[in-house]
Design a protein around this ligand. Structure first.
Ligand SMILES: Nc1ncnc2c1ncn2[C@@H]1O[C@H](COP(=O)(O)OP(=O)(O)OP(=O)(O)O)[C@@H](O)[C@H]1O
Ligand SMILES: [Mg+2]
Length: 325
């Protein structure tokens, strides 16, 4: 077996151990979320890639449930914020309040100080509040009244939003969508999964009795190991080619950013580790291209008239691009 990488908290994890440990977390999550193994897998890949996840789907398909279940499964602290138009930036980051007796300001941390922050209906908050959150996502720290506070690790934002154009929503601008490593949609469960859900969820929620399958220290160790997954120069070149192809595409008016390239490779490392590989294959990049790239792209007016979706454009582009690696 491969040489292990020393985890942050001294947990030495070998590459061979990643799949098994993540498998336990996955089993725990899937005992609550019925029939959504692809969504669960992607959520775990994003967590191991130290990214943030955007879940876009219609109401009632288990978006919030997935986020809460994942947090419970890794025994992390979880906070949930329902985004509304009157939510203030300080409702997310925290505030300094004046302490009368001690005659000094005291920082009251906001919900961002958690391992998992569930931002529900993120597109309902004002752009100012959205950007407060997105700053924390990028820098993994919060600055309030001139003092900077680091956030805990792992720190993952799982934001949900409704794709249906609704009144009173502020769609996330491109720069903000770019902060999310991947976007997934849940989709309706299959009839048999929905039937199972009725059995398991009708009395009490299985989430209430879910036992954690890993500790946050273990998750830090897993993240550390994933960082050590090898990416050959040809594979890196393939990632760059892929991202570049979105920038020169006639149907796209905005292509993917260098941040996207970085996140694509990180996510590919996590996918490789889940498959018990110590190295990234072009296959990893191909499989992740749509969830990692599509939400960052803007189609041209002509492409919109033809109802071309970025997802479609990305998968066609990947199919055409010569493989390297
Ligand atoms: N695939 C699924 N497996 C298990 N339970 C599910 C699934 N899909 C939906 N549910 C159940 O449906 C209910 C609603 O789910 P949830 O609140 O997570 O929806 P949501 O997608 O966040 O909706 P909204 O957009 O309205 O916030 C929950 O009780 C959840 O258990
Ligand atoms: Mg919800």
């Amino acid at each position: 077996m491969a040489v292990g990488v020393q985890g942050e908290a001294g947990v030495g994890l070998g590459f061979g151990e990643v799949a098994g440990r993540v498998g336990k977390i996955r089993t725990a999550v899937e005992s609550v979320i019925e029939g959504k193994s692809e969504a669960v897998r992607l959520a775990l890949i994003v967590m191991l890639a130290e990214g943030h996840l955007l879940i876009e789907d219609v109401p009632g398909v288990g978006k919030t449930m997935l986020a809460k279940t994942l947090a419970r499964a890794v025994d992390g602290t979880v906070r949930r914020v329902q985004f509304t138009p009157d939510l203030l930036p300080s409702d997310i980051t925290g505030v300094s309040v004046y302490h009368q007796e001690r005659r000094e300001f005291e920082f009251v941390p906001g919900p961002v100080f958690a391992n998992l922050l569930v931002g529900d209906e993120i597109n309902r908050a004002s752009p100012k509040t959205q950007s407060a959150l997105l700053e924390c996502m990028e820098e993994r720290q919060v600055t309030v009244d001139g003092t900077t506070y680091p956030l805990e690790r792992p720190f993952m934002v799982i934001a949900t939003q409704n794709p249906v154009e609704m009144e009173g929503t502020y769609p996330l601008p491109e720069a903000q969508r770019d902060r999310f490593t991947a976007r997934i949609s849940m989709g309706y469960p299959s009839p048999s999964a929905e039937l199972d859900m009725l059995d398991t969820h009708s009395r009490t929620s299985p989430l209430d009795s879910l036992a954690p399958a890993a500790t946050v220290t273990e998750v830090r160790g897993l993240i550390e190991t994933v960082r050590g997954v090898h990416t050959a120069p040809a594979v890196k070149q393939y990632a760059v080619d892929m991202v570049n192809a979105t920038r020169n595409h006639p149907e796209l008016r905005l292509g993917a950013s260098p941040r996207a390239t970085l996140q694509l490779v990180r996510a590919a490392r996590a996918r490789a580790a889940l498959e018990e590989r110590e190295y990234v294959l072009p296959d990893d990049l191909q499989a992740l291209a749509v969830p990692v790239l599509a939400h960052r792209l803007l189609t041209t007016a002509e492409a919109q008239v033809e109802r071309r979706r970025p997802e479609q454009i990305v998968s066609e582009l990947v199919a055409r691009l010569p493989v390297r690696g």
